[in-house]
Design a protein around this ligand. Structure first.
Ligand SMILES: *Cc1c(COP(=O)(O)O)cnc(C)c1O
Length: 405
């Protein structure tokens, strides 16, 4: 059944079923619809808006750059490309294998393109070591984006059906199961690619030993560990990367979403220079990747994260968020809660209704949130949210759940 779609012109392909709110303006943690109603944004663009809407420092950086130069293509270089690469490797380099001194980056635009870039790098790195039919180990219930190759190893029927033939070379194992990863590794394996915490799947946090085990397995096998931190990275979990939670340094890290500050799509792969160094002129690229406007915003994003204050804030507010959600479980208003930092997956009692129905009820109370699967909701407020606003949103959630569904 098609969801009750907001009235439209019918010119949009129906690949989304948005909640019925038409946003006209936004500021910080709040958006305003075309009728002037205000809503607290507890989704934050799936972490693309980690710094809230129109963060003044990011908007200023974009405005300044609009008056200078916005696009050159990589046929030429421009004066922010190296500074952005330097800054991003400065921020994330210490969290990747080899450390900041040994890291480099590839600028792209969307998350999916950056994951594709990591896959291409891993395959080409494998080829340079004589592996001609490489395999990459991935997790069940993964989400890495929507390209044909990425949906080839999705385990979500909706994401895959009708899109074959699929790209071969991927082995799917249960998420969080290190023994299954070990069993899947053979001489064809070039990499393990996973989200540190699975976002779309409902904020699934693995046991603390899982990522350290992955690191050890990859070291033993001499293969690459690739973390898709498109949603989990850049402060969301209370650390710069989610992998920092476990002191695990992947060989490649994929970034996106928040890297563009909610202004422009900016993504990147950051990692070992001996791996990303497999790319030579003409072997990979992007018209828009690393464009001046993207670099200006990306530099300002890195700057916002450079002091660690926002990560600290995500951690502190995250403890508050998780404590309040735990209370809702104790009150039996929620079935389960998972999370890290300012990021939570909550399971509603299916007897109350679907996740979508909860989101509609929240919308009526002026709160934006999004369901993932069935009766699961994902909460990912801006890292800049005030504790008062966060409490307001959680009060609305509590009231919704205390009502009859
Ligand atoms: C959103 C997301 C992507 C895809 O990013 P796009 O910019 O939508 O292509 C990839 N990986 C993860 C973990 C994501 O959450």
């Amino acid at each position: 059944m098609a969801a009750a779609a907001a009235p439209g012109t019918g010119r949009l392909a129906p690949n989304y079923a948005p909640l019925p709110v038409t946003i006209a303006t936004a500021d910080g943690s709040w958006v305003t619809d075309t009728a002037g109603r205000r809503y607290l944004d507890l989704l934050a663009g799936y972490s693309a808006l980690n710094f809230g809407h129109r963060h003044p420092a990011l908007v200023a950086a974009a405005h300044d750059q609009l008056d200078r130069v916005t696009l050159t293509s990589r046929a030429f270089t421009h004066d922010l490309l190296d500074p952005f690469a330097e800054a991003l490797c400065g921020l994330v380099g210490p969290s990747v294998a080899g450390g900041a001194a040994e890291s480099m980056m590839v600028p792209m635009n969307t998350g999916a393109e950056a994951v594709e870039t990591a896959i291409k790098a891993a395959r080409k790195w494998g080829a340079s070591r004589g592996i001609t039919s490489p395999t990459i180990i991935v997790a069940e219930n993964n989400f890495h984006g929507r390209t044909t190759t990425l949906v080839s190893f999705s385990t979500d029927d909706d994401a895959r059906a009708g899109y074959g033939p699929f790209t071969p070379g991927f082995r799917v194992v249960p998420f969080g199961d290190a023994a299954a990863v070990e069993a899947a590794i053979d001489s064809s394996t070039v990499a393990v690619l996973m989200e540190p915490i699975q976002g779309e799947a409902g904020v699934i946090v693995p046991a603390p030993g899982f990522w350290p085990s992955l690191r050890a397995l990859c070291d033993d096998a001499g293969i690459l560990l690739i973390a898709d931190e498109v949603q989990s990275g850049l402060g969301r979990t209370g650390t710069t990367l989610a992998c920092d939670l476990w002191n695990v340094r992947p060989d490649l890290v994929v970034l996106g979403k928040a890297l563009g500050g909610g202004i422009v799509p900016v993504s990147a792969v950051v990692g070992r220079s001996d791996v990303l160094g497999v790319f030579t002129p003409g072997t990979h690229g992007s018209t828009f990747g690393g464009n001046p406007l993207a670099c200006a915003v990306g530099l300002a994003v890195v700057d916002l994260l450079s002091t660690g204050d926002l990560q600290e804030r995500a951690s502190t507010l995250g403890d508050h968020l998780q404590a309040r959600l735990d209370d809702l479980v104790t009150e039996e208003l929620l079935v389960d809660v998972r999370g890290a930092g300012l990021w939570a997956g909550i399971d509603v009692d299916p007897a109350w209704g679907t996740g979508k129905q909860v989101c509609l009820a929240l919308l009526r109370r002026g709160v934006l949130a999004k369901d993932t699967h069935g009766s699961t909701l994902r909460l990912a407020p801006p890292l800049t949210i005030s504790v008062e606003d966060l409490d307001h949103g959680l009060d609305q959630l509590r009231d919704v759940l205390a009502e009859d569904g």
